[in-house]
Design a binder for this molecule. Structure first.
Ligand SMILES: CC(C)(COP(=O)(O)OP(=O)(O)OC[C@H]1O[C@@H](n2cnc3c(N)ncnc32)[C@H](O)[C@@H]1OP(=O)(O)O)[C@@H](O)C(=O)NCCC(=O)NCCS
Length: 183
């Protein structure tokens, strides 16, 4: 997997965002378990994504935010985002942050990373689907420049619910590298 965004430490909050590696699998699976709203992918699917073994096109990128795990004196995966890019169109497939780490800007940073990665890959538009009831995610996406384009009726199961389809113009979004630390 090729990533053009370099990792960046955020000293104020003691976390950093970086491209994911196969070593992040356990932390990602733990986080996925906690997030009922995020798509639940199998270990095999995650390993494919994290090892970059997915054929040529479309291509995927996964970024993680890691922070200090004071209890274990190690690093903890606080969030992840995944995007899939094919030509001029990219899809934000998943974003999630640890319940205890929410509201600190991690979700926005993770989205911006995959948006910037997609832009560098040549994508001009990013699309996504989100549960109509997921007010937090809808608010997050709007702050990132996504606009609602319509709905897919009864798209989700357990529970059955409409999906809101949103798109963003990647040619006008702010670049991840231009963010201030901690933003
Ligand atoms: C959606 C999610 C990733 C947001 O992560 P986060 O780290 O809390 O997000 P941020 O701190 O970067 O917040 C960014 C914006 O999200 C929105 N937001 C965050 N928490 C919110 C809350 N409790 N209520 C309303 N809006 C909220 C706001 O617009 C916020 O911008 P602001 O700080 O300028 O008000 C997180 O809530 C999550 O993991 N949810 C479960 C998985 C999910 O729903 N994923 C999306 C569908 S795949």
């Amino acid at each position: 997997m090729t990533h053009d965004t370099t990792s960046e430490w955020r000293p104020a909050l003691n976390w950093r965002v970086r491209p994911a590696t196969p070593g992040d699998l356990e932390g990602i699976l733990t986080l996925q378990q906690e997030c009922s709203e995020a798509p639940h992918w199998s270990t095999a699917s995650w390993l494919q994504i994290l090892s970059g073994q997915q054929g040529c096109r479309p291509i995927r990128a996964c970024f993680v935010v890691e922070g200090e795990d004071k209890a274990k004196s190690g690093q903890l995966i606080l969030g992840f985002s995944v995007a899939c890019c094919a030509g001029e169109l990219s899809e934000l497939e998943s974003v999630a942050t640890l319940l205890s780490a929410r509201g600190q800007g991690l979700g926005r940073t993770l989205c911006r990373q995959v948006m910037e990665w997609s832009r560098v890959q040549g994508a001009r538009t990013m699309e996504l689907e989100v549960r109509a009831s997921n007010a937090v995610a809808l608010a997050l996406y709007r702050t990132l420049g996504f606009a609602e384009q319509g709905a897919r009726r009864r798209y989700y199961r357990d529970p059955i619910e409409d999906a809101i389809l949103m798109t963003a113009d990647l040619t006008t979004v702010q670049r991840a590298g231009e963010l201030r630390a901690g933003e």
